[in-house]
Design a protein. Structure first.
Length: 164
């Protein structure tokens, strides 16, 4: 199998994994994701600049036909901006929490794949050693002997848990 085909398949697996996770989101998370993707745009920024600028201009007393409902220091505007900041923060935190959960699952999946790869590599090394021994071209190699030993993943996991 060529490297490109393998990369394409693994990319498809990851995309499939992500698509499944996106489908399973609760409605509240879908709404939060929609808002987060909307808030992170230049359009949203320009909309805020326009709305706040218009509010300040209209309430400055310079517009003859408009009676200021929120004169300087613009207390209503300050309250609105504070509420907007609170909601934006909560929505972004919801999205970040979900992203963290997805990253944790991806890391776990990556670890499992790496453990499988480690077992496969160890098996390949053992087979190569046997081939060399059968051809009588093998001389004791301490590095190879160390590499052939299977890794005790549970030992590594226990050590990591102790450190955390």
């Amino acid at each position: 199998m060529s490297k490109e085909v393998h990369h394409h398949r693994s990319h498809r697996i990851i995309r499939s994994f992500e698509a499944e996770a996106l489908k399973k989101r609760p409605l509240s998370v879908k709404i939060a994701d929609f808002f987060t993707s909307s808030f992170g745009t230049v359009t949203f920024l320009l909309g805020n600049v326009f709305i706040y600028g218009a509010w300040i201009y209209l309430n400055s007393g310079k517009v003859v036909w408009f009676y200021p409902i929120d004169p300087f220091p613009y207390s209503f505007l300050n309250s609105f901006v504070s509420l907007e900041a609170i909601f934006l923060t909560i929505i972004i935190l919801i999205t970040q929490n979900r992203q963290n959960q997805r990253d944790t699952l991806r890391n776990e999946l990556g670890l499992q794949v790496e453990l499988i790869s480690e077992k496969e590599n160890t098996k390949i090394l053992k087979l190569l050693k046997k081939i060399l021994e059968n051809k009588e071209k093998y001389s004791h190699d301490p590095e190879l002997e160390e590499m052939i030993k299977e890794i005790d993943a549970s030992y590594i996991e226990r050590k990591l848990e102790e450190q955390l």
